[in-house]
Write a protein that binds this ligand. Structure first.
Ligand code: SAH
Length: 213
């Protein structure tokens, strides 16, 4: 077996052993190479199941967490999805394989610019990336079938709840930064919002305003 095939097999094995079992999610993660989303000295660790540093003091999430969050979001092929926290762009690229349209926002211009370059190079034409404070969502593109937040807020931001369709699902980490946070799933029905706690996680905080970069 080639080194690449073996690396890919180990990558998928790590995902499965940590509970990523949805075959559509696994296929998407098999298809989108994590390599291009990691630059510089950590590039050779792209296939390990670890979070890694990216520009602007942020992190690309651990692949198994990307898989578990994507699985919890239950994306279908007709969905319009909002991701808050573009970071490297890897999570948005995975979502782009499963959804009709993906909007992703980050408060750092540089991260958005670099992620767009990768989306273009990989011809992921159903992703649109914006620089914005994602805690306000994207009012012009709302409402969304699915919302995924990849930075931790103390509570689910009100504008994001408001921009979720009836029948929609939002997955997000909540809790104070620097402590263990909980990944929660919010489901919106006619009668209101239902909250499920999924697992402990650790994310960088959701920060107000735009980055100074
Ligand atoms: N999903 C990313 C990892 C995200 S790390 C990936 O796949 O690589 C969290 C990101 O959230 C960081 O890039 C950070 O800049 C961004 N962020 C934090 N607060 C934000 C806010 N209010 N609005 C938009 N992005 C925010």
């Amino acid at each position: 077996m080639s080194d690449e095939a073996e690396r890919k097999m180990q990558f998928l094995y790590a995902l499965r052993s940590k509970g990523v079992t949805d075959s559509r999610v696994l296929t998407a993660m098999e298809k989108v190479d994590r390599g291009p989303f990691i630059r510089g000295i950590f590039a050779d660790r792209a296939y390990e199941d670890m979070p890694l540093p990216i520009a602007c003091g942020q992190t690309i999430s651990q692949p198994s967490i990307v898989g578990l969050m994507t699985q919890a979001l239950q994306v279908s092929a007709r969905d319009t999805v909002l991701e808050v926290g573009t970071g490297s762009g890897y999570q948005a690229a995975i979502l782009s394989q499963l959804a009709r349209r993906v909007y992703t926002v980050d408060r750092h211009r540089r991260l958005v610019r670099e992620a767009r370059e990768i989306f273009d190079a990989l011809k992921l034409s159903n992703i649109t990336a914006f620089t914005a404070d994602g805690s306000f969502g994207l009012p012009d593109q709302a409402p969304f079938d699915r919302i995924l937040v990849t930075a931790a807020a103390e509570d689910p931001p009100g504008p994001l709840l408001a921009q979720l369709k009836i029948g929609g699902i939002m997955v997000l980490p909540v809790g104070q930064s620097d402590t263990v946070q909980s990944l929660i799933r919010v489901t919106r029905s006619e009668s209101g919002f239902e909250y499920d706690e999924l697992r402990p996680v650790r994310f960088v905080p959701l920060v107000e305003g735009l980055g100074r970069d």
